[in-house]
Design a protein around this ligand. Structure first.
Ligand SMILES: *[C@@H]1O[C@H](CO)[C@@H](O)[C@H](O)[C@H]1NC(C)=O
Ligand SMILES: *[C@@H]1O[C@H](CO)[C@@H](O)[C@H](O)[C@H]1NC(C)=O
Length: 263
C-alpha cells in the first residue's frame, strides 16, 4: 500500500527544503573560504557538508538558520572577497577588518539588504567603492579606511539615511565629499582634521571660560558657542575622510560636477 501523498510531501519538504535553503548560504560562505588563504586555520570548522553554516565558527544565524553575522576581523586572512557574499540576504554584520584581503569590493555586496555594518577597514582592498552600496538602506557603519581604494565617494551613498559612521580615511579617493542626505550637517572642516571632538571641546572650553569684560557675558561669542554646540550634536555621526591626498573637500552644491579628474 502506497503512503498517502502528504507523507511524501512532508518527507520531501523535510529532506529537501532545509538543505536547499541552508546550503545556498553555506555554499556562498564556502566559496569565500576557498578564495581566502587562512594560515591560522580560523575557517577550519567551515564544513560544506553540514546542513547549514550555523554551527561554523565565526558565523551567527537567526532562529530561521539564516546567516546574520560573519565575524572574521583580525584573523590573518588574505585572498579575495567573492560575489557570492551577496546571497546572504539576512546578513547584518560583515566584519572582515584587519586582515590582508586584496582585490575589489564585489558589486554584489549591494544586495545585502539587511546589512547594518560593513567593516572592511585595514586590508589591502583596491578598486572603487561600488555605487551599488547605495542600496544598503539599513547600513549604519561603513568603514573602508586603511585600504587602497580609488575613485570618487559614490553619490548613491547619500540615499542611506541610517548611516552614522563613515570612515574612508587612508585610501586614494578623489573628487569631493557629499554634503546632502546623511552627509548633511557634518562639520567637515573639523572632521578633516585629527581628533575633531577634542578640538571642538577645547574651543568650547576656551570660549566659555572667560566672559566678555564689557558685556559681563558671552556677548559676541554666543554665535560661535552655539555653532560648536550644534557641531557637537552631529558628532554622534562620525565621518572621516582624512589621508586621501586627492580628495578635494566638501562639494559645493549647484556648482561644477564633483568628479572632474576623478575616476
Ligand atoms: C599570519 O600568517 C603568517 C603566515 O602567512 C604567519 O607567519 C603569522 O605568524 C600569522 N600571524 C598571526 C598573528 O597569527
Ligand atoms: C597589497 O596588494 C598588492 C597587490 O594588489 C601587493 O603587491 C602588495 O604586496 C600587497 N600589500 C601587502 C602589505 O600585502
Amino acid at each position: 500500500m502506497a503512503a498517502p501523498i502528504w507523507v511524501w510531501a512532508f518527507y520531501v519538504a523535510l529532506t529537501l527544503f532545509p538543505s536547499v535553503l541552508g546550503n545556498s548560504e553555506g555554499d556562498a560562505l564556502y566559496t569565500l573560504r576557498r578564495s581566502l588563504s587562512d594560515p591560522d586555520n580560523v575557517l577550519q570548522s567551515w564544513d560544506p557538508t553540514l546542513v547549514n553554516p550555523c554551527t561554523w565558527f565565526h558565523i551567527t544565524c537567526n532562529q530561521d538558520n539564516r546567516v546574520t553575522r560573519v565575524d572574521l576581523g583580525n584573523s590573518n586572512l588574505s585572498g579575495h572577497l567573492v560575489q557570492e557574499l551577496g546571497k546572504l540576504e539576512h546578513l547584518q554584520y560583515l566584519e572582515l577588518y584587519k586582515n590582508n584581503i586584496q582585490g575589489t569590493i564585489p558589486t554584489e555586496l549591494g544586495n545585502l539588504k539587511s546589512l547594518i555594518s560593513l567593516d572592511l577597514y585595514n586590508n589591502n582592498i583596491s578598486g572603487t567603492i561600488p555605487p551599488s552600496l547605495g542600496k544598503l538602506k539599513s547600513l549604519v557603519f561603513l568603514r573602508l579606511n586603511d585600504n587602497r581604494l580609488t575613485g570618487p565617494i559614490p553619490r548613491e551613498l547619500v540615499g542611506i539615511s541610517s548611516l552614522k559612521v563613515v570612515d574612508v580615511s587612508n585610501n586614494d579617493l578623489c573628487g569631493t565629499i557629499p554634503t546632502s542626505g546623511p552627509f548633511e550637517h557634518i562639520p567637515l572642516n573639523k572632521f578633516l582634521k585629527h581628533a575633531p571632538l577634542k578640538t571642538m571641546l577645547l574651543e568650547l572650553f576656551i570660549l566659555l571660560k572667560v566672559p566678555d569684560s564689557d558685556t559681563h557675558g558671552y556677548g559676541d561669542r554666543l554665535p560661535m558657542i552655539l555653532q560648536i554646540l550644534t557641531d557637537l550634536k552631529y558628532c554622534s555621526k562620525l565621518y572621516s575622510f582624512e589621508e586621501n591626498p586627492r580628495l578635494e573637500g566638501p562639494e559645493l552644491l549647484g556648482l561644477a560636477s564633483y568628479d572632474t579628474n576623478c575616476s
